[in-house]
Design a protein around this ligand. Structure first.
Ligand code: PLP
Length: 415
């Protein structure tokens, strides 16, 4: 059942080790703090995961299977996950004041977000465990990616959402055929209800926060950054942070690619949170999480007032020598517009936050003018059209005649 390259699980709080399958969280530290990290036998991995071997493998995220938690010979589904484009964006780089900028564009992933990487691992694990249904609670992208992967693999899917979910994401869930429970309550209540339902009905639980294996799927974003920029190292990788799994996965992926000898370089992580909901940025400075919650942001996918993976997210940025920064909703709106105008990539607000963070870090002198930066574009703007419309302005209304168009063109009112 467990891959032979996995050594053990380790509690990020107390450091205690557990055998694979023994538990999903550290019983000594409890469900809230006892998050487990999967430790691999790197010497074993580096024997088979080499540059020549990678060159032969299919261009999807299963190409790193030795570093993913699916046992040998078990199903690796669906196949359409990962290997998203790495796009150089010189005009956006100029607008942000950095030497070079690459966009790791997961908005073009199978369900149009970075979450596909974890959901694919979730569905493969569910099939391997013999579960007949899968479930998750989510503000949006974890759910739509799970619904996509479940539909592609042919396993029924149950989703618990809060009433705030944007229409685009809700439409995706329903189109993929998931059963959607819209919970009249907070996100936290939806999350607890999903936990209880999984217990009651024996569904496989894709909630990344209580499933240590899923974060390993998010590593592939970092591994692809490492492989795609193998001989062209970046100085910084900027990623927006909600619960904290994504940035922890990206950092771990890049680090493991270095440990197995695919790359030799290191780079720093820039963790970006929304000013209104920034508990991880605060914990990076204070060393502990303020669990009082509250606050708000326009970037719904990173609106996570009590993040469960905060310690992993703090450790990842610290290990890389990086920092956290916060951006306000105005800066995020501006970044949606700038990213679209200067690179042709339509980012959802939470994804554009990674761009806003670069502008802020540049203004603060954290990122320098000579730096080469990667921004993770974690979700597609089409998922929340109403949100996007707040950022991008309106069309020019004209009657159907050329005079009216000429009048507008003469005004040259392009932003
Ligand atoms: C989930 C999400 C994030 C943040 O990932 P976490 O693991 O919650 O920190 C960022 N951007 C988008 C679009 C997301 O869906």
């Amino acid at each position: 059942m467990y891959r032979s390259t996995i050594s053990h699980l380790q509690c990020v709080q107390c450091g205690k080790s557990y055998a694979p399958g023994e538990t999903n969280w550290c019983p000594d530290c409890g469900l809230d703090e006892g998050i487990l990290d999967v430790i691999f036998d790197i010497d074993r991995v580096r024997k088979t995961l080499t540059r020549p071997v990678l060159a032969q493998r299919p261009r999807n995220h299963w190409r790193y299977e030795e570093l993913l938690p699916i046992g040998e010979g078990l199903p690796l589904v669906p196949r359409d996950i990962g290997w998203t484009p790495m796009i150089e964006a010189p005009r956006l780089a100029k607008a942000l004041g950095v030497r070079r900028l690459h966009l790791k564009d997961d908005s073009r992933g199978a369900s149009a977000s970075f979450k596909d990487r974890a959901s694919a691992v979730g569905v493969s694990l569910a099939l391997a465990s013999g579960a007949d249904q899968i479930a998750c609670a989510s503000t949006g992208n974890a759910a739509s990616s799970l619904a996509h992967c479940a539909a592609a693999a042919g396993i029924p899917c149950n989703i618990f959402v809060s009433a705030r979910i944007p229409d685009g994401k809700l439409a995706q869930l329903l189109a993929y055929g998931a059963r959607v429970f819209r919970v009249q309550g907070t996100y936290d209540e939806a999350w607890r209800l999903c936990m209880d339902a999984c217990e009651e009905f024996g569904w496989y639980n894709r909630n990344a926060a209580v499933n240590p294996w899923l974060v390993e799927g998010k590593k592939t974003g970092g591994m692809e950054i490492a492989e795609q920029l193998m001989d062209d190292p970046p100085d910084w990788v900027s990623a927006s942070v909600g619960d904290g799994c994504s940035i922890a996965g990206i950092e771990k992926g890049i680090r493991q690619m270095r440990e197995i000898g695919i790359i030799t370089w290191e780079c720093r992580m820039l963790g970006v949170q929304a000013e209104g909901v920034a508990p991880i940025a605060a914990a990076f400075d204070s060393g502990s999480l303020d669990r009082s919650g509250g606050g708000d942001t326009y970037a719904d996918s990173i609106n996570c007032p009590v993040p469960r993976n905060w310690r992993k997210a703090v450790n990842a940025v610290r290990t890389s020598g990086g920092v956290y920064t916060t951006v306000n909703d105005g800066e995020i709106l501006e970044a949606v517009r700038r990213t679209g105008h200067h690179s042709g990539v339509f980012a959802e607000p939470a994804a554009a936050a990674a761009i806003a963070g670069i502008a802020r870090a540049r203004a603060d002198g954290v990122i320098g003018p000579k730096d080469h930066v990667v921004a993770v574009i974690s979700g597609n703007g089409l998922k929340d059209v109403a949100g996007a419309m707040r950022a991008v302005g309106g069309p020019v209304d004209v009657p159907p005649n050329l005079d009216a168009v000429q009048k507008e063109v003469r005004k040259d009112n392009r932003p």
